[in-house]
Design a protein around this ligand. Sequence first.
Ligand SMILES: *Cc1c(COP(=O)(O)O)cnc(C)c1O
Length: 358
Amino acid sequence: MARPTSATIHTDALRHNLGQIRLRAPDSRVMAVVKADGYGHGLERVARALGGADAFGVASLSDAERLRAAGISQPILLLSGFDEPADIERLRQLHVDTAVHHETQVQMLEQAADGEPVRCWLKVDSGMHRLGFAPEVVRDMHARLAALHGVVGEIVLMNHFASSDEFDGPQTREQMRVFSDATSGLPGQRSLANSAAVLGWPTAHADWVRPGGAMYGMSVVAGTSGADFDLRPAMTLATRLIAVNTLHRGDCVGYAGTWSCPEDMRVGVAAIGYGDGYPRAAPAGTPVLVDGRAAQVIGRISMDLMTIDLRGHDEARVGSPVILWGPELPVERIADVAGTISYELTCSITRRVRFVEA
Ligand SMILES: *Cc1c(COP(=O)(O)O)cnc(C)c1O
């Protein structure tokens, strides 16, 4: 029998979320960010479902290649830019835009052979201090790019926010000021906003928004889930019970016996573990749904299995459906108790999980 573990991708939710993003940013174009295999939802599947997006953002040229092979014709932006001279030819062949965040990239473009011009998104480091040009060199880099025949005349200006999930926090306000000063008077479209800025910083929407998580129905705003912003989760992770055992008071469950039964009780064993991408860090008490009703993880998560407290679940049987996250159980809640963010959980689903489209 095949493992009963599946990730169902709700393509209608993806479309709904794109619609919600458009409602919130009505004057902006939407670049759907699909890096990391569409945040674990499946690159081609997501891109097809989001056929209405104005562009796609990827982290690697091979992902851009996959999108073109799948017939995606919208603009694609290589978010972290290219790495070596040979990449420039691939960008041209694939008609893929590139971020330019470092002087070595400007030099490679200056030394590139003539060819079809590449569209560049000049990335300003407005304060995250990861990728981007320092504000004081932005004008110089812009001028060098604008002078090149191999670069499309209009250069897009972008930045990235470090803490836009803190609505009304000082860092985002400061990043907007730094970006605006560094780019004032320069021609071209602007792009600042990731998901949290789409949701909480309307003054940062500009010409292009670049939502990732929100498109998949996830929120990184502390204490919230996507539903709080009228977004719908795009993934349900589910499996089944493959054993139901009656244990005695004092019996220890799982590796290292970290959990012992406080009374005689039934314990369910579900066919999912960290080998499927479920977080091993999820502690006893982490919520799951058995037959659609709330239950709790007990003991350690192992590679292939987890154990579940079935007290109050007298109807549970071998074969009972178990939901790990989905519309009825926000992935944000699981991330919270496992000490991570929802994005990491959906990105971590492994290849042995069966993906289903709904
Ligand atoms: C990942 C990424 C995004 C999307 O971020 P979300 O928080 O998922 O919306 C936007 N812009 C850049 C440059 C990124 O790397």
